[in-house]
Ligand binder design. Structure first.
Ligand SMILES: [Zn+2]
Length: 435
């Protein structure tokens, strides 16, 4: 058995019930011959002393050691029962650390799941690092991640629930954009679940599966006023206060500003916005909160409107957006009500079709919008933060085709409290060479 001089003595293996019999570096990889520490075993059927019958070597990849890839060659023992009357003849030893037909050790699979889930690394990148295929890593993510995601305790203690739609698959020529609904704990920013589709039925199905106690704890629900979500809540969450939060309302207003800008661009230039077009150049400034604008941004915004908005409709939509923001920024319900009236007067006065439509939606959801001011601690921050995380996972995944994988990856990244995996760490135990 080829030993590799002094370097091997410093390797830490730390795999329970295994010892290193030989170690060498081949092609920049550690090749470790390992075996179990079990030298005497009894027959599982009759208890007689078993004899070593043969050995069979299986090869698996393990976590890198000092940045160097590792291949373990496990010399598996095949035992034979010595009792002639026993029906058991031979059997191969098994260990949970290296499962039958595995290409990776279990700790390497757990680490792969942590990297893809917690750190949102691409499956392909992890596969490359460990020297295995994409499917092997995805299977590890599924095997180790599903129990974490399906743990019912993960959903414990939700007092404020947020509902939000997020696109799952971007539209193609053949199919429209597909959406999913995300359910968020508004107090700690946990993604509780994602359900396929953004319909009332989808949300209702999820709520229906929750225990009565769980539903009773939910005091506040924040949602997107465009969707039919509210009617899904009536039965299971009839006791909860429904609010239209800041995040959703301002998103609607931003959509209006964008719509008007596009329409005016098309009308004045005869084409969709291009890089040098004045309105196109201020498209992001238009969506920035007024008080967040720098003085330079303010100047650019004014100049862009002057050059590209001859009818003043874009400016009117922008003002409408800011007036709706003021409703949320107001201190207390009375001031909010006054701010709301100012928004209505503006929207009714300027007669911009898109803004009028927004005002109709706001009127329909007035109670829920003002309810924002009597709800303590229901912040829009978590929904926004989760949406950013979702975008990150989508970017890494290069567009998902499979909803189950998508849900798993999202929940592993934004819905699971990760603890340090002791099993994924190499412990401080020096390598022992068996001679
Ligand atoms: Zn036996």
């Amino acid at each position: 058995m080829g030993h590799h001089g002094s370097a091997s003595g410093s390797i830490l293996l730390g795999l329970d019930e295994f010892e290193v019999a030989a170690a060498e570096v081949v092609d920049q990889e550690w090749r470790l011959a390992v075996q179990t520490t079990a030298t005497t075993v009894g027959c599982t059927a009759c208890g007689s002393h078993a004899r070593l019958h043969a050995r069979r070597t299986v090869r698996v990849r393990d976590l890198p050691i000092g940045g160097r890839p590792v291949v373990l060659a496990w010399r598996k023992r095949i035992w034979r029962c010595v009792e002639p009357a026993c029906e058991v003849r031979t059997w191969t030893e098994q260990r949970t650390a290296i499962r039958p037909r595995a290409v990776l050790t279990e700790r390497a699979r757990a680490e792969a799941c942590r990297r893809v889930g917690k750190d949102a690394h691409a499956v392909a990148a992890v596969a490359r690092d460990l020297g295995v295929g994409w499917a092997t890593i995805m299977r590890a993510v599924t095997d180790h991640g599903t129990p974490l995601v399906e743990d019912p305790a993960r959903l414990d203690g939700v007092a404020a629930l947020g509902l939000d739609e997020t696109s799952f698959l971007k539209a193609t020529r053949r199919a429209p954009t597909r959406y999913v609904t995300g359910l968020v704990d508004l107090e700690d920013g946990r993604l509780l679940d994602v359900v396929a589709d953004r319909t009332r039925v989808a949300v209702h199905g999820w709520l229906d599966a929750r225990p009565r106690d769980w539903l009773a704890q939910v005091a506040t629900v924040a949602l997107d006023p465009w969707r039919g979500y509210a009617s899904a809540l009536v039965a299971p969450l009839g006791h909860a206060r429904v609010v239209v939060d800041h995040f959703h309302a301002i998103r609607l207003a931003n959509v209006v500003v964008d719509q008007v800008r596009r329409r005016v661009q098309q009308a004045t230039l005869g084409h969709r916005g291009r890089k040098p077009d004045p309105l196109y150049r201020i498209r992001k400034l238009l969506l920035t909160a007024a008080e967040q604008l720098t003085s330079r941004g303010r100047v650019r915004l004014r100049a862009g409107l002057q050059a590209g908005d001859p009818t003043g409709e874009v400016a009117a939509a922008w003002q409408g957006k800011e007036l709706l923001r003021a409703v949320y920024a107001a201190t207390g319900p009375v001031a909010a009500r006054a701010a709301l009236e100012r928004f209505y007067r503006w929207a009714d006065g300027v007669e911009v079709a898109e803004l009028s439509r927004l005002a109709r939606t706001v009127r329909a959801w007035e109670v829920e919008i003002l309810a924002w001011h009597v709800t303590d601690g229901c912040s829009n921050g978590p929904t926004e933060a989760v949406n950013l995380l979702i975008k990150k996972v989508k970017r890494v995944g290069h567009g998902f085709r499979n909803f189950t994988n998508y849900r798993l990856r999202l929940l592993l990244h934004c819905g699971v409290a990760w603890r340090t995996h002791q099993t994924a760490r190499l412990r401080d135990r020096p390598l022992r060479l068996v001679t």
